[in-house]
Design a protein around this ligand. Structure first.
Ligand code: HOZ
Length: 436
């Protein structure tokens, strides 16, 4: 056993000379899954098709990262690649309105219940920072409440007690963030309504502009909201005039066609979306109630802008992806596949008496090396990190590509098959045996 990584290793050596940490986004590094003192080398990916990715050494992996979420239709899905090719012939950027972006905005408003108006941006980070700007602008308040372990991109306001890479590398989250900005962010445990009430009291009842939450967090591993939690957030926000923002960068089009707001029947004031609406190209969006969104420039005073926002290639890819997803309605099949993965993984762990908790919702997957139900970031951090690292490498060596961090969710696509899920479970069975 053991894959060859010679070419990836060579690339890694070059990358570290010219790119900080060798990667263009921290979560791609294998620093946190090093087995020995030496940093593990991430495979450098050369191509991807369906549910598989191939690295430059020719190793093929069954992929559960899915570019961190957007690949609902699998890699290189034909409707998307064709749409990009067709759009490419007409030019790559105009910096002017297009009919396609109107079609796309209409599609988003049709599919996501909380969206009455939407503005396109280029990433989830842009979406969340813009949504917060708007919430502050319309309320005239400064504080924002978020949850520990939730990740809303890398802008100043959201790095306090953040998930994803900040959690993976155990970073403080605030170097480079002015203290004055960090102080306006109040972070509370997920799934705890009384902590939110307390934070509102601490800030002052008329001081909190927004409460932002991943309704189904995927950036501290996958954590599910307790029954009534999201409804409780809605009630608190109503009581204190706080703008409720659902950050659906992870859960959007993953837990249902209309996202978590639709699945849990809670209407946020605003929704933020990211890569999942771009079919693999850099697209994001934020939107919500018309009365709020019309306060954005140029119809209102709150400024937000972007030369590449509504870029024709991104819009074409996103439109193709969402149209195909709407046409296929893959949600029941994806949920079945996820349940098959979840119960198979749990059984394999139980067989080897490994403390392990698998969970899933829609096409999102999660697992922790613990015997308790994980309800928040503190629970997630208490899971066995060493076992995760060993398991991760056992799986990678068997051709299963998982996120290199216990603080990330996994993703299924319509390209994954029952046979591939069963192969994953067989690999997990051997891996649990190896690490037990
Ligand atoms: N939200 C993504 C992972 N949880 C971010 C991906 C990245 O930071 O590159």
């Amino acid at each position: 056993m053991g894959l060859q990584f010679d070419k990836s290793r060579q690339c890694w050596d070059r990358a570290r000379q010219v790119i900080p940490g060798g990667v263009n986004s921290p979560v791609r590094a294998f620093k946190n899954v090093s087995l020995s003192g030496e940093e593990a080398v991430p495979p450098f990916i050369s191509s991807a098709c369906g549910a598989e990715v191939t690295d430059i050494d020719g190793n093929i992996y069954l992929d559960y990262v899915g570019s961190w979420g957007p690949m609902i239709l699998g890699h290189s899905a034909e409707p998307i690649t064709q749409a990009i090719s067709a759009a490419l012939k007409n030019g790559t950027s105009f910096g002017a309105p297009t009919k396609a972006e109107v079609d796309f905005a209409e599609m988003l408003v049709e599919l996501v219940p909380a969206l009455e108006m939407v503005r396109l941006v280029n990433s989830g980070t842009e979406a969340t920072m813009s949504a917060l700007r708007l919430a502050r602008g319309v309320t005239g308040r400064d504080y924002v409440i978020k949850c520990d372990g939730c990740y809303h991109g890398h802008s100043d306001s959201f790095l306090v007690s953040a998930g994803s890479g900040v959690a993976t590398f155990g970073l403080p989250g605030t170097p480079g963030v002015p203290e004055a900005a960090a102080q306006l962010t109040l972070s509370v445990p997920f799934n705890d309504l009384s902590a939110v009430e307390q934070a509102v009291q601490n800030a002052g009842e008329d001081k909190v502009a927004a409460l932002i939450v991943e309704p189904v967090p995927g950036n501290m591993g996958l954590v599910l909201p307790k029954p009534g939690y999201l409804q409780g957030l809605r009630q608190i926000c109503d009581r204190f005039g706080i703008v409720l923002i659902f950050d659906e960068v992870m859960s959007g089009f993953r837990v249902s066609l209309g996202g978590a707001g639709q699945r849990f029947e809670v209407a946020p004031d605003m929704v933020t979306l990211g890569k999942v609406i771009g079919g693999g190209l850099p697209v994001g969006a934020f939107g919500g109630r018309k009365e709020l969104m019309s306060q954005l420039a140029p119809s209102g005073p709150v400024y937000q802008a972007g030369t590449l926002s509504g870029n024709p290639l991104g819009v074409a890819a996103g439109m193709a992806a969402l149209s195909e997803i709407k046409r296929l309605d893959p949600y029941p099949a994806l949920e079945e596949l996820a349940k098959r993965w979840c119960s198979g993984m749990q059984q394999a762990a139980d067989k080897h008496s490994v403390a392990f908790r698998a969970s899933c919702i829609g096409s999102m997957l999660g697992f922790f090396f613990t015997d308790k139900v994980v309800e928040n970031y503190a629970d997630a951090k208490s899971a066995d990190a060493k076992l995760f690292v060993n398991f991760f490498h056992e799986m990678l060596n068997r051709g299963i590509y998982l996120a290199p961090s216990p603080f990330e969710a996994g993703f299924l696509s319509t390209a994954h098959t029952n046979e591939q899920i069963d192969r994953t479970i067989a690999a997990a069975d051997e891996s649990f045996a190896a690490i037990a």
